[in-house]
Design a protein around this ligand. Structure first.
Ligand code: OGA
Ligand code: ZN
Ligand code: ZN
Length: 393
């Protein structure tokens, strides 16, 4: 029997047995592994040596490298290679150091696309959804399985709503800290969204809030926003949400010139009520290395004066107006009531949120909110998936 899972990997994760190694041979300096499904992996000696997970090369508790890459010979060629008695790949180096590789780990690393869950992102407009994907939580109990589904929903659609929660003031912090540490900002760690006279943000008035992302006044705006509705007695105050990535995609197709402007020309956002003085300049749409939108930053009411040449102003304003027009239009924006006991959680760098005006004379309205980061969600989802895999053994 092949006990590939007893062969160490450079991490603490469980790699379920997958394909086995049919044959491994040295071709020049490369090791060519053929798998039982006939796939082949061409392994580079530097990569293999770098990923050795023996005691000398890897701290066995922290799973961090001890091997110092300055000690690697850049002209390294393996001395020999074999499949060991447990089905692992065993590579011996010219200095007689031997590295062993777990086949399940090696197969996953070299034949599968390990990177992100991008393929699962589902862009949406109001034709696809009329309210956020929702989960009812009648007895206040959010199981790990349910939380996993909630987090997957955020990764896919960028937002989720939990309904029927208590209106307890600790709710938002309890949920946030189950996922990851709170991302503090210069607003309070946990903040109340209520209408008040001495507010330092329009959010804490009863004004209409156009589609926006929070705190692009910071170099790194918070990744995930959580808002819990505790009191919803006032008339008005419906919530709005727009998928900024979907708007970006459509502008790219329909108005390439505006898209170019939105992805390259910077707007500055500033928190100007003082005494702090946070401000940051960045394009409204930030692209990743593959040219796909990775972040939207738009807080129309915190715009600082545009710093651009006179000749560029027409196109920069036109591009902003185009984005705002779509982001606030019925074609893209959904509008739904925010009831006491509802909680929304959304990707603040993808989804633009907003609210209708509300009327404090007709009753109170109180939300409590906080932020965590986007990669807190990714980490928690992977953690749950790891645990599931281990439990299924
Ligand atoms: C905010 C905000 C929305 C609302 O606090 O950032 O946008 O519904 N609030 O009050
Ligand atoms: Zn080693
Ligand atoms: Zn906001």
């Amino acid at each position: 029997m092949i006990l590939s899972n007893t062969i160490p990997t450079p991490d603490n994760f469980y790699w379920p047995p997958s394909e086995s190694i049919l044959c491994a041979k040295l071709v020049g300096k490369a090791i060519i592994v053929t798998w039982t499904d006939n796939k082949q992996s061409k392994l580079h000696p530097l990569w293999l040596r770098d990923n050795c997970c023996c005691k000398e090369c890897l701290n066995q508790v922290t799973r961090e490298h001890l091997f110092d890459l300055r000690d690697i010979r850049l002209d390294l060629v393996p001395l020999s290679v074999e499949i060991d008695s447990q089905g692992g790949l065993s590579v011996t180096w010219p200095d007689n150091h031997t590295s062993r590789f777990n086949p399940a780990w090696l197969y996953a690393q070299t034949t599968q696309q390990l990177s992100p869950r991008d393929d699962e992102i589902m862009l949406w407009s109001s034709a696809d959804l009329s309210e956020p994907p929702s989960f009812d939580i009648p007895n206040g109990n959010i199981s790990d399985e349910l939380l996993y589904q909630v987090l997957l929903t955020i990764l896919r659609q960028g937002m989720v709503r939990l309904r029927g929660l208590s209106t307890d003031e600790a709710q938002v912090e309890q949920l946030a800290t189950r996922i990851g540490p709170i991302r503090e900002t210069h607003f309070d760690r946990i903040f109340d969204v209520i209408s008040k006279a001495d507010s330092d943000t329009l959010a804490n008035t009863s004004h209409y809030l156009a589609a926006h992302t929070d705190i692009p006044t910071r170099e790194s705006p918070p990744g995930i926003q959580i808002l819990h509705c505790r009191v919803a007695d006032a008339k008005g105050g419906h919530s709005t949400m727009t998928d900024g990535f979907r708007v970006a995609k459509d502008i790219a197709q329909q108005h390439p010139q505006h898209y170019k402007t939105l992805t390259t020309k910077k707007w500055c956002y500033a928190n100007r009520a003082g005494p702090t003085d946070y401000r940051w300049e960045a394009p409204i749409i930030r692209l990743d290395d593959n040219g796909q939108p990775i972040e939207v930053r738009l807080l129309p009411f915190s715009r600082a004066p545009l710093q651009a040449k006179y000749e560029e102003m027409d196109s920069i304003y036109a591009a902003l107006v185009c984005f705002m027009g779509k982001a606030n239009s019925d074609d893209y924006q959904i509008n739904f009531p925010f009831s006491a006991g509802d909680l929304i959680m959304f990707d603040n760098r993808r989804i633009l949120h907003g609210r209708e005006e509300f009327y404090p004379k007709t009753g109170d309205r109180a939300l409590r909110g906080t932020y965590i980061e986007r990669d807190d969600i990714l980490s928690k989802v992977r953690e749950y998936e790891q645990r599931r895999q281990q439990q299924s053994q």
